[in-house]
Design a protein around this ligand. Structure first.
Ligand code: ZN
Length: 305
């Protein structure tokens, strides 16, 4: 295995790592998150089932975001549901910043028990994945039904069915001593001529792909979530018999949101005066919430003029 950069000590937590296996026409991303998840969850007071779901969703967001070529690119993951205990799940990625939140019905969630199926969580749900790459002015959105046993299954079918790219996705999250650790991997077969050519050569039965899928699929949940195991070492465990495996520069991940009090004020200040007045609550304040941060930005009418 050749590696372009030696694994660093920091290459084990809040990081994503790109991998290519040239001889197999495959590429992948592995990611692990720890403090970032704890920070995202901090203000919400979610029940454990929702915390786990969001931890996995953020890991998937990191994997998908790490596929963006444009450093200013944004990836948004949104689960829309019909009649599920979870009403809305939104996560996004921008330049290594991750954020996300989940809106849910606590009573219905409690009825679903400690290990609810995807159907119990989302009902008849859909997963929308959107890539925005301003540099090349590319915007792409794909939608798949939320089916299978896990969010990872749904993401896998997003690529395999919607995109016709054979893919494998694994996600895992565990909480120990009050702290979350989550990890995931995404590997894909790259069809010949993928760059700049029409994808005429996709062969879902390409002989190299099952081999890569078996090796990637052999990963254990405990390896994905082990915050002591550098991602490059994990890749080595899975693919060390391959002729050549390359890792890309590790990508640091942080918790980040674009909300801030000044910006929120400037947005509200642009509303017509009578609409601003209608926004004032009983306490004399206009309150604007950031659902991602679970914080409220209070302001008075006087501050806006
Ligand atoms: Zn925010």
């Amino acid at each position: 295995m050749k590696s372009e950069s030696r694994p660093l000590a920091s290459d084990s937590i809040d990081v994503a790592l790109g991998v290519t296996i040239p001889s197999r026409n495959a590429r992948g991303r592995v990611a692990r998150l720890g403090p970032v998840i704890d920070q995202v969850l901090a203000n919400h007071g979610y029940p454990p089932v929702v915390e786990r779901l969001l931890a996995e969703a953020l890991t998937l967001t990191a994997l998908l975001g790490a596929l963006l070529k444009d450093p200013g690119g944004q990836m948004t993951l949104q689960a829309q549901t019909e009649n599920g205990a979870v009403d809305l799940l939104v996560c996004d990625y921008l330049g290594g910043d991750l954020r996300g939140y989940i809106r849910h019905d606590p009573e219905r969630l409690a009825e679903a028990g400690p290990n609810p199926s995807l159907f119990a969580l989302f009902g008849k749900g859909y997963l929308a994945i959107t890539f925005d790459q301003p540099l090349t002015n590319e915007r792409y959105q794909g939608i798949v039904p939320l089916e299978g046993n896990s969010l990872g299954d749904a993401a896998q079918s997003f690529f395999s069915q919607s995109e016709q790219i054979p893919s494998i996705v694994r996600l895992a999250a565990s909480k120990k001593d009050g702290r979350w650790s989550a990890g995931g991997l995404l590997f894909q077969h790259l069809p010949e001529g993928e760059e700049g050519r029409e994808r005429l050569h996709t062969r879902l039965d390409h002989p190299d792909w099952p081999h890569v899928a078996i090796l990637a699929g052999s990963v254990r949940e405990s390896e994905l979530t082990d915050a002591e195991l550098p991602l490059a070492d994990l890749v080595w465990r899975l693919f060390h018999e391959e002729e050549e495996v390359r890792t890309l520069t590790p990508l640091g991940l942080t918790r980040g949101c674009r909300c801030d009090a000044e910006y929120v004020r400037s947005v509200i200040a642009r509303f017509p005066a009578e609409e601003r007045e209608a926004m004032v609550g009983d306490d004399g304040l206009i309150r604007v919430d950031c659902a991602f941060c679970s914080v409220s930005f209070p302001m008075t009418l006087a501050e806006l003029s």
